[in-house]
Every structure is written in structure tokens, then in C-alpha cells.
Design a protein around this ligand. Structure first.
Ligand SMILES: [Zn+2]
Length: 299
């Protein structure tokens, strides 16, 4: 296995793993550039199984345990929240923005918000259920397909903003994705992505150290949807390979806003550490539980 970013073949196994479809997927970190990935990426058949109808009902990220399906969650999140995001994280970084393209558009809530703000919208989605829903709900015709596999050369130099929310960590080849996004942008266009920072958090770094010292490992409570995990440093480096200007904005939940997915002692420790992590992220713009990356094609 070669590291997707630096091509090194040397990895350390972190004390976390997924167990799914009778396989174990260890979380590993490149010894050279620190990029975190899985010991083995799911194959095509497994990916299809991961993103079957189940993902958009109750399958995605233990939504079943929260008792909510994907559509209800997206509806509750609301178009206003997307509009606020566009105003705070996209408009200040763009120049003469007119057109948006979303990768992994789901049921097109984000694109509908952009459309209501006056932007021309286009997008791609891998799940056929979601594509149908986007048409029914908002009248938005998404392209159906896999961004990594589709030939999108006809869309070169076409958009001012490419957006992907909670999608980049699901991709098999981040380096290729960054290149394809760059090609699709017009000069001065921006890519804006939102990613989780699970392994960027102080609590994960500390848990990782403690588990390693005590020779324990922890099974993660989800399916192996996230093929890569990023820190402020690794995500910057990935985008800087292609883009000229990269900004990473770290955000973090207040301790009181943590969800109790795992419960028990793990949760108690995480809750306690969040009191340290929260001000630390606010001061340093690192160690956030979520990151927004804004990368500009300067030419
Ligand atoms: Zn590497």
C-alpha cells in the first residue's frame, strides 16, 4: 500500500479499527506525512453495499441509533443554515461568484439554498434514491455517478465554487479528487469542503496514546465510511499540492453540545477533555472537531 499523499509505504497501526462485512479495517497513519487511512480500502462491491438504499434511510453514521433518517436530518438542518454557511465561508473568499457545483449533493438541500441566493447550481450524487428525491423536493436535476470514476473533462474551467460537505473523507483517492476539482474551477475559483476532525481532536490523540501504551485497541461504532481522516496539517498539505492559497478553519462543539453516541466512560473522558479542547481550538485554530477548507485557484 502506498500513501495517497506522499507515496510512502510505511504506516503505523493506530489502536482503532472498524469491523464490518466480516472484515477488520485497521486505522493506520503514514509514517512520513501523517495522513490517516485504513489498512485496506473497501473494494467496489463493498462500497456499493455501504452506499445502498440503507445509507439514505437509517444507515448513515448510526442515524438509526439517533432515531432519525437522512432526509429528516437534512430537512431539520434547514436551508437557512446552508445560506448562513455560504455567507460566512464561501462569499468572503470568492471573487465574482456566479456558479456552484456540489459533489455528493445528497438530496440537494445545499444547492437549493445556493439557488435561492441567486447562484446557478449543478451537482453530482452517487445514490440514485437521493437523486430522485432532489428532483421531487426541489426540482434540481443532479448528475448521477461517482466523482472519482466519471470523466468530467467536459466541465473543465466551468465553476466559481465547488462544494463538498462531509464527502471528501469518503473518497478513495483524495489526490485525484483535488486534481479533478482544480480542473473544474475557473480562474480565481474556490473549493470549499467540510470534513470531520475525529482524529484532529485532543481527546483522540490522548486516547490513541493511552490505548497504544496499554496495548488495547478500540472498535469504532460505525461502518468504514471514512476512508481517510485528516488533521489541520494533513488536509492543508493535500490541497497545497495543487492550490496556491489554502485556509483551514477549525470549529468545535461546546462540551454541552457533544452527542452521546458511545456513552459510558469514553464519553465522560471526552466530555472532560472538551473543556480543554474547546478554548484551545478557539485560540490556536487547531484540534477542531470539524474543519472547513477553502482552497483558491489563483491564476
Ligand atoms: Zn504519506
Amino acid at each position: 500500500m502506498n500513501c495517497n499523499h506522499c507515496h510512502s509505504t510505511s504506516f503505523s497501526i493506530l489502536p482503532f479499527y472498524y469491523e464490518w462485512n466480516s472484515h477488520r479495517f485497521d486505522v493506520v497513519r503514514c509514517k512520513s506525512c501523517s495522513l490517516i487511512t485504513l489498512s485496506r480500502l473497501p473494494n467496489d462491491e463493498e462500497l456499493q453495499k455501504l452506499y445502498s438504499e440503507d445509507f439514505f434511510t437509517f444507515g448513515a453514521h448510526t442515524l438509526d441509533k439517533l432515531g432519525i433518517d437522512y432526509e429528516t436530518m437534512a430537512d431539520q438542518y434547514g436551508l437557512e443554515t446552508h445560506k448562513q454557511f455560504i455567507k460566512n465561508y464561501i462569499e468572503p473568499y470568492g471573487t465574482s461568484l456566479t456558479s456552484f457545483f456540489e459533489i455528493g449533493a445528497g438530496m440537494a438541500h445545499f444547492l437549493q439554498a445556493a439557488k435561492e441566493l441567486g447562484y446557478a447550481v449543478d451537482g453530482l450524487e452517487i445514490g440514485d434514491v437521493a437523486v430522485r428525491k432532489a428532483k421531487e423536493k426541489f426540482g434540481i436535476e443532479l448528475r448521477l455517478g461517482d466523482f472519482e470514476k466519471l470523466d468530467l473533462s467536459s466541465l473543465s474551467n466551468s465553476f466559481d465554487c465547488i462544494y463538498a460537505g462531509d464527502v471528501f473523507e469518503h473518497m478513495r483517492d483524495p489526490a485525484l479528487v483535488v486534481e479533478k476539482m482544480y480542473e473544474m474551477l475557473r480562474p480565481n475559483g474556490i473549493v470549499v469542503i467540510k470534513i470531520p476532525g475525529t482524529f484532529n481532536l485532543l481527546s483522540s490523540k490522548i486516547a490513541s496514546m493511552i490505548f497504544s501504551m496499554t496495548n488495547k485497541s478500540k472498535k469504532l461504532p460505525d461502518k468504514p465510511y471514512h476512508l481517510y481522516e485528516f488533521t489541520t496539517k494533513t488536509i492543508s498539505n493535500i490541497f497545497l499540492k495543487k492550490f496556491q492559497e489554502v485556509t483551514v478553519v477549525n470549529t468545535i462543539k461546546k462540551p454541552s453540545e457533544l452527542n452521546k453516541k458511545t456513552g459510558g466512560i469514553d464519553y465522560a473522558i471526552k466530555y472532560f477533555l472538551q473543556f480543554i479542547n474547546y478554548p484551545l481550538t478557539k485560540i490556536t485554530n487547531r484540534f477542531g472537531d470539524r474543519m472547513t477548507v477553502i482552497a483558491k485557484k489563483v491564476s
